[in-house]
Design a protein around this ligand. Structure first.
Ligand code: TPP
Length: 237
């Protein structure tokens, strides 16, 4: 299971301007600051661009099937409770095909650290609509604009019983790093949603580049939320 020759996998597949690297960077810095050793960590992922992260990490890693990372991670945690288990998912992975696993992992409050890179779209498969696509956003499957309301994933996990719940964006790298550190010390289901930019599949169709998306994360985020603001912060600890 251990990645032996992960350098062979570089360079990574992520597009220029993608937020996935920022999230992994924050995760690695948090692990380093807490002082964990590589063999104390398991990273589990499903399928998708963010799911590919496990291919580049030198921990115990498991790249599973689409939507099922939490189910595999639950099994690992039951058998190896001493390990810190990260679950790395895209928004489609976590909230569409894997939505049922998400609510039940939260309900069970199982000791996992779930990080969702929410780029509002199915990145890997060519930019289809996802359960977190904002209303009226264009995707390949909603060329006239998305007519459905997006899920608020943090509200969903709060309602289902997750005991550490936070949302940041790829602009809020320090806060994200601190949240991952807190999650590493939290004995229960930790859910960290990160709004992230996908300039190629989302940005191209919605006339935004990665700089504009990051600027929006900066200017439209607030701890209070409301209106068209992205509500960020730690919602439960
Ligand atoms: C059972 C199954 N259904 C569908 C797919 C096709 N598929 C691969 S990745 C993906 C969605 C990826 O979107 P997301 O989870 O948001 O991650 P991202 O690529 O944006 O990081 C889909 C539908 C699959 N691999 N397996």
């Amino acid at each position: 299971m251990r990645i032996r020759d992960y350098f062979r996998r570089l360079p990574h597949i992520w597009c220029p301007g993608c937020g996935n690297g920022t999230i992994i960077n924050a995760m690695l810095r948090a692990i380093d600051e807490v002082g964990l050793k590589k063999d104390e960590i398991v990273a589990v992922s499903g399928i998708g661009c963010f799911g590919r992260a496990t291919g580049y990490l030198d921990f115990y890693t498991l790249h599973t099937t689409h939507g099922r990372a939490l189910a595999f991670a639950t099994g690992i945690k039951l058998m190896k409770p001493e390990m810190k288990v990260f679950v790395l998912m895209g928004d489609g992975d976590a909230a569409a095909i894997g939505g049922n696993h998400l609510i039940h992992a939260a309900r069970r409050d199982i000791d996992l650290i779930a990080i969702v890179a929410n780029n509002s779209i199915y990145g890997m498969t060519g930019g289809q609509v996802s359960p977190t696509t904002p209303e009226m956003a264009k995707t390949t499957t909603t060329p006239e604009g998305c007519k459905e309301r997006p899920f608020d994933l943090c509200e969903l996990v709060l309602a289902a019983g997750g005991s550490y719940v936070a949302r940041w964006t790829t602009y809020h790298v320090r806060q994200l790093q601190n949240s991952i550190k807190e999650a590493l010390e939290h004995p229960g289901f930790s859910f960290i949603e990160v709004f992230s930019q996908c300039p190629v599949q989302f940005g191209r169709r919605n006339k935004k580049d990665h700089i504009q998306m990051l600027r929006e994360f900066k200017e439209k985020s607030s701890l209070e939320g409301g209106g068209d603001k992205i509500k960020i912060g730690v919602f439960r600890r």
